[in-house]
Design a protein around this ligand. Structure first.
Ligand SMILES: Nc1ncnc2c1ncn2[C@@H]1O[C@H](COP(=O)(O)OP(=O)(O)O)[C@@H](O)[C@H]1O
Ligand SMILES: C=C(OP(=O)(O)O)C(=O)O
Ligand SMILES: [K+]
Ligand SMILES: [Mg+2]
Length: 577
């Protein structure tokens, strides 16, 4: 009678069921001890987002019998489950999708629609809105996960420091005409003061000379510095354009950026307070804006471990300095975001495509997930359909095998956020299929990846596993992993078969949401690997997701919990029977 996903229980009276985790059923159970009186609890949906180890303090044998069958709940999110049922193993989407949450999509209803539409990670940009607003959104997402079986990870993105406009004398944008003279100052002014722009950083003009170029937002408008008045700069507009609120300022001399970003702290006092908030809310990812070297990443990771926080640290690559220290930053981080918005302020725009491809490739080589962000479907902030060029940009990011794509204003403020998400989903699905057909058996370019991660045995096992799965045309790869390392090493090979990563650690599950081709599944793992494998295959089979005759490649990596055990790493092919 009791099957995973759909359960009814008969109670003969006065039983107490213990250790049911909160949210275990499709309705919230706030207590860990629940008493039922006699009767039948029918068709309660088991929340696949939460696993539980049962202990039943009951008099009724009937309940124990049901719960035995029930043992080992599969924490597979409802969206992957549906996708799998509808489209089969090869139909599972590989590229992960990140949505920035803003006023246009922050109700529970909107968030649920985005989750159903394939959002894997929700991003909260701490540049905007209040602490209370962010907290409310995080709680809504966690509730949806718990009550409706989604598995949406939460990312906060720090504000960081950069030189930008605080006030340009108008409520929205203001036009700079050719030849007009403007003063750039740090002085705060009341009301409007025509042709005056307030910058946010006292030292913004330090080291800047008459004749230098001042570029707004990477090219929205350009000025030439014609006079220094104390710390203020008087500038002449040489390339007319728009000054938006909070526009970014960069200085150029002889065609090169005058590097400034290392003067500003990567983590300001506000950022630290946002990090404390992120720790207390238990967010899955912290994305650091304007990372210039590996030290700040290492420092934050050490700090998080002293706080027993399992948040992963992502470094945003959006400055020239970061490009110079790319490898050390990638190695220090848990993942990378290619923040093309600000990167385009620091390097000439025409360099963005090649820099993007290079960063994406470095990340894959060093086995770190990479997100390609900003302006993917920018026109959809206003229009219900993307430009052909935007679709081509998204396709190119997928062809480069980025782990994830991100929406910014398209979802945060645009009226067509769900549609933008579906454009990402359809476009990436199409390109994934095309790459698979192109590559057939040769997805693994091992000579290109080289031996580049510290654990070479694990690396070799995963490379072979991915190769075997492709060559044998297997239906799926099952990997058993505590910290996600093996799952990630298989994903790095971008195999054709979907990767199901079974883990008993919820933070591993949530972190794997960002990795290409991985469907993380939370399950109770015992020390007996064979038993784990058989039980998980049975559970997947019970759900009707796999059938007799399907062949899966099983990779396991269980680190011993006692001295008596040895490290167990293996590849086996199992035909479901
Ligand atoms: N939490 C929020 N509250 C209000 N507006 C937001 C929020 N997050 C994002 N936005 C809006 O969406 C736009 C795009 O988001 P994003 O790219 O993250 O920020 P920015 O443009 O500041 O780099 C922002 O400029 C802002 O107008
Ligand atoms: C993603 C980016 O960062 P933010 O939106 O925080 O400026 C970017 O600059 O592209
Ligand atoms: K930010
Ligand atoms: Mg940025």
């Amino acid at each position: 009678m009791a099957v995973v996903g759909d359960l009814s229980l008969t109670f003969s009276g006065k039983e107490t069921i213990c250790a049911f985790k909160k949210g275990m059923f499709g309705f919230p159970i706030s207590s860990r001890r629940v008493s039922f009186s006699a009767g039948k609890l029918q068709n309660c949906r088991v929340n696949t987002g939460v696993y539980a180890v049962m202990q039943v303090g009951v008099e009724s044998t009937e309940i124990s019998k049901d719960l035995e069958k029930f043992e080992g709940v599969l924490g597979l999110d409802v969206v992957s489950e549906e996708e799998l049922k509808e489209r089969g193993f090869l139909g599972l989407r590989k590229t992960k999708l990140v949505c920035t949450i803003g006023p246009a999509c922050c109700s529970s209803d909107d968030l649920e629609k985005l989750a159903l539409g394939g959002m894997n990670v929700a991003r909260l940009n701490m540049c905007h809105n209040t602490r209370e607003w962010h907290q409310d959104v995080i709680r809504k997402i966690k509730n949806l996960n718990e009550e409706k079986g989604f598995s949406v990870s939460v990312m906060i993105d720090t504000e960081g420091s950069q030189i930008q406009i605080v006030d340009h004398g108008a409520p929205s944008s203001v036009k700079a005409e050719d030849g007009s003279i403007w003063d750039f100052t740090t002085e705060k002014f009341e009301g409007t003061r025509p042709f005056t722009v307030q910058a946010n950083y006292e030292g913004f003009s330090e080291g800047i000379n008459v004749g230098d170029e001042l570029v707004i937002d990477g090219g929205m408008a350009t000025f030439e510095v014609v006079e220094k008045i104390g710390i203020d700069l008087r500038c002449k507009c040489t390339d007319p354009g728009l000054l938006l609120p909070r526009a970014k300022l960069s200085f150029w001399r002889d065609g090169r950026l005058v590097g400034r970003s290392d003067e500003l702290p990567t983590l300001s006092a506000k950022d630290w307070s946002d990090i404390e908030f992120a720790i207390s809310e238990g967010v899955d990812f912290i994305a650091l804006s304007f990372v210039n070297d590996a030290d700040v990443v290492t420092h934050l990771k050490n700090y998080l471990s002293t706080k027993s926080s399992k948040s992963k640290v992502l470094a945003k690559i959006e400055s020239l300095e970061a490009l110079h220290k790319l490898d050390e930053i990638v190695e220090a981080s848990d993942g990378i975001m290619i923040a093309r918005g600000d990167l385009g302020v620091e390097i000439p725009l025409e360099q963005i495509p090649t820099v993007q491809e290079e960063i994406t490739y470095r990340c894959r080589k060093l086995n770190k997930p990479v997100i390609i962000a900003s302006q993917l479907l920018e026109s959809m902030i206003e229009y219900p359909t993307p430009t052909r060029a935007e679709v081509a940009d998204v396709s190119e990011a997928v062809r480069q095998y980025a782990d994830a794509l991100m929406l910014s204003g398209e979802s945060a403020i645009g009226p067509y956020g769900q549609k933008a998400l579906s454009v990402l989903r359809m476009t990436s699905g199409r390109m994934e299929l095309w790459s698979r057909e192109e590559n057939r058996e040769t997805v693994l370019f091992e000579h290109k990846l080289g031996a580049s991660v510290p654990d070479q045995i694990a690396e070799q096992i995963c490379n072979r596993a991915a190769g075997m799965a492709n060559n044998l045309g297997l239906d799926a790869i099952f990997v058993y992993t505590k910290h996600g390392q093996m799952a990630s090493l298989i994903s790095r090979n971008r195999p054709n078969s979907p990767i199901f990563a079974f883990t008993n650690d919820n933070s591993t599950r949530m972190a794997l949401n960002l990795q290409w081709g991985v469907t993380p599944i939370l399950i109770d793992l015992s020390d007996d690997m064979e038993a784990n494998i058989n039980r998980s295959i049975n559970l997947i089979k019970t759900k009707g997701l796999i059938k007799d005759g399907d062949a899966v490649l099983v990779v396991s990596d269980i680190i011993p919990t006692s001295a008596a055990q040895t490290v167990f790493q293996s590849i086996q092919v199992k035909t479901v029977a």
